[in-house]
Design a protein around this ligand. Structure first.
Ligand SMILES: C[S@@+](CC[C@H](N)C(=O)[O-])C[C@H]1O[C@@H](n2cnc3c(N)ncnc32)[C@H](O)[C@@H]1O
Length: 437
């Protein structure tokens, strides 16, 4: 990270963390808004803000576990500003080598004083210096209790670890938890219409800006980008030669086996990643009807369609839980990329894990069932229902596919659960179900 951040930079981080405590918004949205607001900052300062904020959020359970051991005041009883300051400073001490620990402690004390907590400077200093001294032997729960141990080590709520342990076993769960904490490269999906030579040319132009691209192992038109600051400034972006789309999402659309000339319905389409790829598969001879629940959401689809120059798509506001008799048995392929608990995208949306609850899972499953109940009839006999989620939860995935085949006239042809740490993707599930003739 090079240059150490200024006190102001740290203050910005604390402000973001305080807003998150107040439940203002999800972290990825808040961080983006703040970075847009401070666009004039040195890129290294912006990178510092992003890294420390994301890391602190992502590791919060672990950081709190340590703080509770090194502080005489439990984390939950601390003043919010002091709590956020200690969390982000502990994150820097444990996970960032670029800033010396002594500088982290000094900056934290200065910031505490600046924000009216001069009397707590000694406390902040003592806790952080203690952590710094013990950083090579930080205490963790006993590994013989894998739920507690994994929960703290990988900062994952215990109930989510409990959801995965019976399915993936101890080793598989640990691989998954580690995968979710890895830095996730942005995934660029090039237009299908580009020839191999055009793809290579574009790749070279993008790499000339300092971004490193590596091709996805299954999809030659998807590249994982490292060292990427601003997608919209890359060559080819404004001309719609590529879009940001995770490989998992592209793999799901590919699995739907869309043919040129097909009519595709995308029932939960915003911001339009799958719609656009589906429209590329159908080519101009085919058509996509792309829907989402609000005007705000459909506007996002329209914006992306315009940039990607897709004209074979109609966009409508439509609640997918409401049956539309006009579309009865009309579609060759229906994409149901349903709203879900999002446990597969925690690597990108880092605070989802603290917001999802077991009760929330139940109500989201109910919504998923309603969407399937209303939408399965749009599939022509012999056509495909592609059910997908960005989660890692059997109830919303494999069990839902089984429920569809039990209740409706479909056979399961293919299903796949992609896992961070194992696949080069987000956690994602899709099932191709074919309607009986
Ligand atoms: C997983 S996202 C879709 C991502 C999109 N398919 C893509 O690839 O870019 C789920 C979408 O479902 C939409 N949604 C939620 N409830 C809905 C409903 N009742 N009817 C239609 N869409 C709904 C959300 O607005 C959200 O855009």
């Amino acid at each position: 990270m090079g240059k150490p951040a200024t006190t102001d930079t740290r203050e910005i981080i604390v402000e973001i963390l305080l807003d998150l405590e107040k439940g203002q918004d999800f972290s990825h949205k808040l961080i983006k808004a703040v970075l847009d607001k401070y666009d004039y900052l040195d890129p290294r300062d912006k990178a510092f803000i992003k890294r420390v904020t994301e890391g602190t959020i992502e590791r919060q359970l672990e950081l709190d576990y340590y703080l509770n051991r090194f502080s005489s005041v439990p984390v939950r009883k601390m003043k919010p500003l002091i709590r956020c300051l200690l969390r982000m400073s502990t994150y820097q001490i444990l996970y960032m080598d670029a800033v010396p620990d002594s500088a982290v402690c000094n900056e934290a004390c200065k910031l505490a004083a600046k924000r009216g907590f001069r009397t707590l400077k000694g406390f902040v200093n003592a806790v952080l210096r203690n952590i710094s001294r013990s950083k090579d032997k930080m205490p963790l729960p006993d590994p013989t209790d894998p739920v507690k141990y994994f929960s703290v080590k990988y900062s994952m709520p215990e109930w989510i670890v409990n959801l995965w342990l019976p399915v993936y076993g101890t080793e598989g769960t640990e691989t998954l938890l580690m995968g979710l904490l890895k830095i996730h490269p942005v995934s660029l999906r090039f237009c299908l219409e580009l020839s191999e030579t055009e793809r290579e040319d574009l790749k070279k132009k993008i790499e000339a800006t300092g971004v490193h691209l590596s091709a996805h192992k299954e999809l030659p038109y998807v590249y994982l980008a490292e060292n990427l600051e601003n997608v919209s400034e890359l060559p080819g972006f404004a001309e719609g030669k590529f879009t940001v789309q995770d490989a998992s999402s592209a793999l799901a659309v590919k699995a739907a086996k869309i043919n040129p000339g097909d009519f595709v319905m995308d029932l939960c389409a915003a911001p339009g990643g799958k719609t656009i790829l589906a429209a590329e598969y159908t080519k101009e001879a085919g058509h996509v009807l792309s829907r989402d629940v609000s005007e705000y959401k459909t506007a996002l689809i329209l914006e992306n369609l315009e940039r990607m120059h897709r004209t074979n798509v109609n966009v409508e506001v439509h609640d997918a839980t409401v049956y539309d008799a006009e579309q009865e048995a009309s579609a060759d392929v229906v994409l149901m990329d349903v709203p879900c608990s999002g446990l597969g995208v925690m690597g990108k949306k880092r605070d989802i894990k603290y917001h999802v609850t077991p009760e929330g899972l139940k109500s989201i499953q109910e919504l998923q069932r309603q969407i399937v109940e209303a939408g399965w009839r749009y599939v022509k006999p012999g056509g495909v229902l592609l059910y997908s989620t960005c989660t890692i939860n059997r109830e919303e995935n494999q069990n839902m596919a089984a429920w569809i085949t039990e209740k409706f006239p479909f056979v399961l042809e293919e299903e796949r659960q992609l896992l961070p740490g194992t696949d080069e993707t987000d956690g994602f599930y899709f099932a191709r179900l074919r309607r009986r003739t």
